[in-house]
Design a protein around this ligand. Sequence first.
Ligand code: MN
Length: 681
Amino acid sequence: MTDPLADYRKKRDFRATPEPDPAPPQPRGDSVFVVHRHEARQLHYDLRLERDGVLKSWAVPRGFSFDPADKRLAVRTEDHPLEYEHFHGRIPKGQYGAGTMQIWDRGRYELVKIPTWAEAMARGEVKVVVYGRRLRGEWHMVRTQQAKNSWLLFKSKDLYAGHARDSALGIELGTAPMATVPVATEPMRSGAVGECTNDSAWLFEMEFAGLRTLAQKRGDAVGFAPHVPLPPPLREGLAALRCGDAVLDGVLVALDANGRPDHAALAAALAGAPSPSLAYYAFDLLQWEEFDLRGLPLLDRKAALRTLVGAHPRVLFVDHVAGDAKALLHALREAALPAAIGKRAASTYTSGASADWLRIDVPAARPGSDDAAVATARAAAERTAAARWKPSNLDKVWWPAEGYTKGDLLAYYQSIADVLLPHLRDRPLHLNRFPDGIDGKSFYQREVKEGSPAWLRTAPIPHDGTIVPHHVVDDLDTLLHVVNLGSIDLHPWLSRVATPDQPDWAVLDLDPKTAPWAHVVRIARAAGRLLRGIGLRPLLKTSGKSGLHVFVPLRPGYSYDHGKLFLEAVARVLVRELPDIATVERMPDQRDGKVYLDFLQNRRSQTIVPPYSARPVRGASVSAPLQWDELEDATLTPQRFTIRSMPARVAEHGDLFRKALDDPQDLLPAIAALEDVLRGR
Ligand code: MN
């Protein structure tokens, strides 16, 4: 009998690689799948399915997509031993598959429709249902005639199918334990009445008057906490959640004749009276499939919940505003609703009263009340609401060709503020003001002008021997204020107010001027490959005009010189690799139509537009975070992302640039690895 692992052994030297030197295959009757993220010469994902005592393997260069229309190439590779299920580590240079191998997902799977492996292979078709933390539901693989070992992999249409993301929930499930959360669990409650209305660590939701209850879906069985009735329309709504199992937290609400939540209307609806307004407003997710999510940050739980709640009118997602409750409180006051709930964005879910949740009374809702807490809340609301920015000239056309107005731009910034503000917070900001739109005159402004509103946060920054007060955009009001002044794009520093000499990221600006977009893409691909190859996790976005920005988020403690020198070396490697299309020539007229690799922006008091910033150019394009594999899309252009199209992309993907803030990286090992690259060439 032939050894199915002969190929695996033949390719490896087990004295040099940490990969498992396998025992002879022993079928164990399990059905495990594992996906390795393999940063080899080319980043790819290795899908492995246990069968007949080995892991049948495919390399998937572009990874997974939950969009059934995305057909991804999967190349059948040699069978791996079962021991590989738990393998992760670095395969040294010179060895087969040199690079890092991480476990990206793992779980059970089932072969469907085609009952035996032999039959599946004979037909060249494998259908599996997988139960992972990232991959879920049915996936389909079909052998093609294109080339030996070439297959196509794609998502089947099921309840997990949807957008082009590579995980079912769109969040890191991390170490969430496998455990069942009982629907009778005591809910989390606000621990106090507070006046926290403007704090970037908090998010704010409307409080609903109704019946608080957890809800569960266990396959086809759905229901609320014990003793809460389940009217048929809600049964349907819970059954429509886009998952197998879930436990949600929320409030049952019915509206009165004036459209306001009303306890009497709710009692009648729960007693069986027909009520078109009865609905469950879900604001938290405690369990997803077999995982207990209570230990994850609230913001992640809400992002996950958002993906589960579909368009059913009876089960609704409670959205929130981040960082600043003022606009929400104002809206609640207008609607004569009593309160908002502030929740710490990073908080875990705990039963009972918690200081991580605060009830915030809406002041004007109870005129004449002498309740001390209400008075405190009212004073806080009045303080934050007093004389903030006032919009002007909303109808003025700023993009003549498109007819977009200043009001359109303000509306755009308001709609994406949740994802933009974290990238602006705590940084000195320069203004580039276009008071008459993109075709009018513009002026650059570092300092906060005299006569600016007193509520603006400003930071005193030493510049050219004097102290220059700079704008700092920490909240929505300040953002809209600077846009109202004529700022179409935004120019924050790479460093923060308290650490002006320590950038949070190193940036390589691929600036094409007259060079074709295809060249920018080729260079970006090479840059991504190079940076990943030396152990970094770079990020990519369009500049909003015609170029691309490559970001490497840095651990605290690096200087601007570190970033600049490092990226200069990176730029020189790229120029050596692609001399016909890339240059580090500083004089524009001597670049011969090549793409300029600009590493000089890594300097104190230099700025770079943040993700989501609009640009003062035709088309109203914006800086768009990209996933690296979007570069493989031949139809990609930076003009695709505009103030009109970006809000939908953000709603679909969330902040694709969040890792710029959450994934700070060490430069020193990368510098050492880059030196190896330089010596090796
Ligand atoms: Mn591989």
